[in-house]
Ligand binder design. Structure first.
Ligand code: FE2
Length: 256
């Protein structure tokens, strides 16, 4: 997940400067038990209400294996498949760093997990959000390529002082998008996939708006950073959204 604001007065740092060791051996037995609890609860809750490549990714990456995944083990499967790898970070990274990582097929995952009394509320995304929510879809070749392209778009948008346009595109697809699949409405975004409270709400509530996804609409639709979304953009199909995003050149994004 990306941070809302960019600290412009800080010295320029490379994305590599934000990477820390995961220190997998430092996760406690209770940390692993929290992962197992979250995993079991979310898999049951989602069922087949999520796009099928997500479920394929869970299997491919062996995420059902008990305990917090270690990044090296994940990368050993993910990198040969789509060129993506995960790196551990201590928390949210600035937008420019986040998009630079994506543009190089690197996904940052928190080196911590929520506690038992935080199961449903998080101030910052932890490794359950990052690994369960995001990584399965990065095993899907075309989606992985779309995500890399969003990283490139983000770098270009920030360089043109229009980072919010890329942030909205990312938010309404990778993080909180919905998608039609074989005539059924499904969860696409990682923020929904990993949320106990918002996953069903996004699909079933009458209190939220659901609008067809287009890159133009995504770029021009604000979002809420720390609350359930009032509206979701719905892809006609995952394939169509991937094609639409991949066809978007940086200069076109800036004109939207
Ligand atoms: Fe996220």
């Amino acid at each position: 997940m990306l941070q809302e604001t960019i600290a412009r007065d800080q010295p320029v740092r490379r994305w590599q400067d934000y990477v820390v060791p995961q220190c997998w051996e430092s996760f406690t037995g209770d940390n692993h038990a929290v992962w197992d609890l979250l995993f079991a609860r979310q898999v049951e809750l989602l069922g087949t209400r999520i796009v099928s490549p997500f479920l394929d990714g869970i299997d491919l990456l062996r995420l059902a294996h008990p305990g917090v995944p270690d990044v090296e083990g994940l990368n050993a499967i993910l990198q040969p498949r789509t060129g993506w790898r995960t790196v551990a970070v201590p928390g949210l990274v600035p937008d420019n760093i986040f998009f630079a990582m994506l543009s190089e097929r690197v996904f940052p995952v928190g080196n911590f997990i929520r506690t038992r009394d935080q199961l449903d509320y998080l101030e910052a995304p932890d490794c359950f959000h990052d690994m369960f929510g995001h990584i399965p879809m990065l095993a899907h070749h075309d989606y992985a390529e779309m995500t890399r392209h969003v990283g490139e778009l983000g770098c270009a948008a920030i360089a043109a002082d229009q980072g919010h346009k890329a942030a909205r595109l990312y938010w309404h697809s990778v993080e909180f998008g919905l998608a039609n699949e074989h005539g059924e409405l499904k969860i696409l975004g990682a923020g929904l996939a990993s949320s106990f409270g918002e996953s069903h709400l996004s699909l079933e509530s009458d209190e939220v708006e659901r609008l067809p996804f287009s890159v133009e609409r995504a770029v021009n639709t604000p979002y809420r950073h720390n609350a359930f979304q009032p509206r979701y953009l719905v892809s006609k199909s995952l394939e169509r959204t991937i094609a639409e995003v991949l066809a978007l050149a940086p200069e076109e994004l800036l004109d939207l």
